[in-house]
Design a binder for this molecule. Structure first.
Ligand code: NAI
Length: 462
């Protein structure tokens, strides 16, 4: 038996951040991870490898679409898929090794193996049982199964298989027009794959601002993606050349099917908590397989905490990181809080989509009086100069107080621009506060200021 103040189970963005922060705050902490590398889904088979492929294929797209316009003449580069995969693998290993280095630097031992919790205050890894004053479960999520669909990660794949296909497929059906479907669909469409996205709802990106969703669908359609909306997938059957996806159109119950070489199932993820021994411990569960916790992430078992994808809230790496830091602070005797209402969401398509706070749809449903400040990137000199004038920034502010309630962006660097609005909202700022803040010219961020101006006396360049 060895003793720790804290054992964190899982070394994804929630777990490794929690462990490092706890060590920085003086706790004796260890982190258990069963994969061969640290970083969890995000670094190994999620956010990071997908960004490598999105970047590489975006560059390819730029050479095809815009190089000629700038006087850069010559044949567009050919794709060496093996080399692109090797680049992706390098990006991943650079990041996962970076976490290993940070663990050493902060003196966080990596307990290699899959953990179980045999009793409160105990963590078993292999043959060893370690005692800890506190345990944080940060075991993340896994693709949710879809009825009638068997994933083999070769022909019918989740995001994990889609990131590592042996060859660029001629055709692909993506089930689900959520974040994974649109990001991976974009990657393969840019590589020449005929991509069709089949979505259950009547719009893409559920939960996102409706105007942004419509604009994104229009832009992605121009980029070659096809969409079948309002279609409930019934089954996926493997064929000699790939697979057949059978679906029912919800508006009239008519049945149809599509064939493709590869089918990507991207219909959501579910908490990954099986095998920890939670049932035997009597841990209370919440909706959709989540672990129920109090506002300080403690479960009904004293000393047992849970964060990230396996508890309530959006399944996002940065949300897990924030919760990891907060729990570490609480265990070190400090106060901490994470406001789920101010967690930004980003889709890394081209153009990017970003949002924070409430959507117009939510404000309408609440019956709240609000005003809209909108500014198109076509009015932004920098965006136009680099052929990225599509999209807009939309800021929603309280009609009476001008306090910012939400922001929804589609356009160049939207995933970066959203953060000044996050900071403003953390400080309870009014749209006028953003509008009166000097923004350097020429930058994309001027579009944020102009949208804030549009909440008041109006923008200058639209
Ligand atoms: P998602 O929840 O974003 O989208 C799933 C989509 O599948 C929805 O539009 C849903 O209506 C649709 N769907 C469900 N059942 C269906 C059926 N039978 N037929 C057709 N469509 C169906 O889930 P996704 O894209 O799998 O992502 C999983 C998680 O990973 C999300 O929580 C997401 O936030 C996170 N993620 C975040 C990223 C980012 O922040 N950039 C990137 C990738 C994933």
């Amino acid at each position: 038996m060895s003793d720790f103040d804290l054992i964190v189970i899982g070394a994804g963005p929630g777990g490794y951040v929690c462990a490092i922060r706890a060590a920085q705050l003086g706790l004796r902490v260890a982190c258990v991870e069963g994969r061969d590398t640290l970083g969890g889904t995000c670094l190994n088979v999620g956010c990071i490898p997908s960004k490598a492929l999105l970047h590489a294929t975006h560059m390819l797209h730029e050479t095809q679409e815009n190089f000629g316009k700038m006087g850069l003449i010559g044949a567009a580069p050919a794709v060496d898929w093996a080399k692109m995969q090797a680049y992706k693998a390098d990006v991943v290993s650079g990041n996962t090794r970076g976490i290993e280095f940070l663990f050493k630097k902060n003196k966080v031992p990596w307990l290699r193996g899959w953990a179980t919790i045999p009793a409160p205050g105990q963590v078993r890894v292999g043959d060893e049982v370690h005692a800890a004053k506190a345990i944080v479960i940060a075991t993340g999520s896994e693709p949710a199964p879809l009825a009638g669909v068997e994933v083999d990660e070769r022909t019918v794949v989740t995001s994990t298989g889609a990131l590592a296909l042996p060859a660029i497929p001629k055709s692909m059906i993506v089930i689900g027009a959520g974040v994974i479907g649109l990001e991976m669909g974009s990657v393969y469409a840019r590589l020449g794959t005929a991509v069709t996205v089949v979505e259950y709802l009547d719009a893409i990106t559920p939960g996102m601002d409706g105007e942004v969703a419509k604009t994104l669908q229009r832009i992605l359609t121009k980029q070659g993606l096809k969409f079948v909306l309002g279609a409930a997938v019934q089954s996926v059957t493997k064929t000699a050349k790939g697979a057949t996806v059978a679906y029912k159109l919800r508006k009239n119950d008519s049945e149809a099917s599509l064939d493709a070489g590869i089918v990507l199932v991207a219909t959501g993820r579910r908490p990954h908590t099986a095998g920890l021994g939670l049932e035997a411990l009597g841990v209370e569960m919440g909706p959709r397989g989540t672990i129920r916790t109090d506002a300080h992430w403690q479960t009904n078992i004293p000393g047992l905490y849970a964060i990230g994808d396996c508890v309530a809230g959006p399944m996002l790496a940065h949300k897990a990181e924030d919760e990891g830091m907060a729990v570490a602070a609480i265990l070190a005797g400090r106060a901490a809080h994470v406001d789920h209402a101010l967690i930004p969401g980003v889709i890394y398509t081209a153009p990017e989509v970003a949002s924070v706070g409430q959507t117009e749809e939510q404000l309408k449903a609440e019956g709240r009086a609000y005003k809209v400040g909108r500014f198109p990137f076509m009015g932004n000199a920098r965006a136009k100069a680099v052929f990225q004038g599509e999209g807009f920034v939309k800021i929603l502010a309280d009609a009476a107080t001008d306090r910012i309630l939400g922001a929804h962006l589609i356009g160049p660097a939207a995933g970066e621009l959203v953060h000044e609005i996050c900071v403003a909202m953390e400080f309870g700022a009014a749209a006028e506060d953003l509008a009166l803040t000097c923004h350097a010219h020429p930058t994309f961020s001027e579009a944020v200021r102009e949208a804030a101006l549009a909440c008041g006396d109006g923008p200058i360049h639209a």
